[in-house]
Write a protein that binds this ligand. Structure first.
Ligand SMILES: [Ca+2]
Ligand SMILES: [Ca+2]
Length: 354
């Protein structure tokens, strides 16, 4: 009898694991392939080979690019090289990427930049906020940008017990930002289990020197975050739920959900087209190919544009798609006057003139 019970329990256990694995591979879009879409003139920008995870473009056309992310469970083409921030001037006829110098007083050897966000103060000073994972921890670094010196002056590191597994940030004011947490567990194996069980335990955090609080929760894996042009709404990508949450920003910075835009692709970082207010989303059409990286069958790239975000039926269209032969693992797309930059998690960066 004891054996029968043990066997039954084992069978039920295996069936449950099998069901979870099947559900997980469906969420990762295991069998999805993309048809190529190319808008106008596109070419790879030289000098960035090991990632361009996030891109933020100033109104002046200067684009900041975070490069060299090492993320648990993802491949890295330069595991021993510190990350960098690159700059491109999109006003130039043929823009080039150049790494920015970083001032002393900052541990450059362990720099592992992830999501970024720029902030222009009333006196026109430009600040760059960077999610950093030194030794796989999470911090937010604040730099002052010196255009003449082509450098970032290190100002401050922000740490907080709620700032764990941070993916992206969007700056709202001096030392004020929203940050997304992409995993509840910081332990790698527990975070895998979290993905497998699809626990909706991740959140968006509001940070200011006076107050730090969770402002929205219940995400499977909160990833990219940005705000609308009028700063009344926050857009949050839930990567493993394959959707974008449109949330109203309340006076106390809490977020209330307005709608969820469901997609069939794993949504990473978001940006807003300054000319139209549309959302541009860097997406992973088949995330299983990202997790099990095979250069013979690489992960593809996909960029979506969401128009009329606040209307009843936002329009979703494909701006760019590639099967991985040119671009792999697109995490972000940012636009400036018809010039589009598409960044990737561990790969190159693509420049297109629309
Ligand atoms: Ca960002
Ligand atoms: Ca991201």
């Amino acid at each position: 009898m004891g054996k029968l019970v043990a066997l039954t329990l084992l069978g039920v256990g295996l069936a449950l694991i099998g069901e979870r694995l099947l559900a997980f591979s469906k969420r990762m879009n295991v069998s999805r392939e993309v048809k190529p879409v190319e808008p106008g003139n596109c070419h790879i920008i030289e000098g960035i080979e090991t990632g361009s995870e996030d891109i933020d473009i100033l109104p002046s056309g200067l684009a900041f690019i975070s490069s060299g992310l090492k993320y648990p469970g993802m491949p890295s083409f330069a595991p021993d090289e510190p990350g960098k921030i690159f700059l491109m001037d999109l006003k130039e006829k043929t823009p080039k990427a150049q790494a920015l110098k970083i001032s002393d007083g900052f541990d450059k050897a362990s720099f592992n930049p992830h999501g970024i966000s720029t902030f222009v103060d009333k006196d026109h000073t430009v600040y760059l906020y960077v999610v950093n994972h030194p030794h796989m921890k999470s911090t937010v670094e604040i730099f002052k940008f010196e255009e003449q010196e082509h450098s970032l002056v290190y100002l401050k590191t922000i740490k907080h017990k709620l700032l764990e597994s941070v993916n992206d940030i969007v700056v709202l004011g001096p030392e004020q930002f929203y940050a997304t947490r992409d995993h509840y567990f910081t332990n790698f194996f527990l975070s895998l289990l979290e993905m497998l069980l699809n626990l909706d335990w991740t959140y968006v955090l509001f940070y200011s020197p006076q107050e730090v609080k969770v402002v929205a929760k219940g995400f499977s894996s909160a990833n990219g975050i940005t705000v609308s042009l009028d700063k009344k709404y926050a857009y949050v990508a839930d990567v493993t739920a394959k959707n974008i949450h449109v949330m109203k920003i309340k006076d106390n910075w809490d977020l209330t959900q307005q709608k969820v835009i469901q997609l069939d692709t794993l949504v990473d970082n978001l940006s807003v087209d300054p000319a139209t207010g549309d959302i541009l989303a860097g997406c992973h059409p088949n995330a299983m190919k990202l997790l099990i990286y095979n250069p013979e069958d690489p992960p593809g790239a996909e960029v979506l544009r969401i128009q009329n975000v606040l209307s009843k039926k936002p329009k979703v269209s494909t701006v760019y798609a590639n099967d991985g032969s040119l671009l792999q693992g697109s995490t972000v797309a940012s636009i400036y006057h018809g010039k589009l930059l598409i960044g990737t998690i561990f790969h190159k960066i693509l420049y297109c003139e629309l």
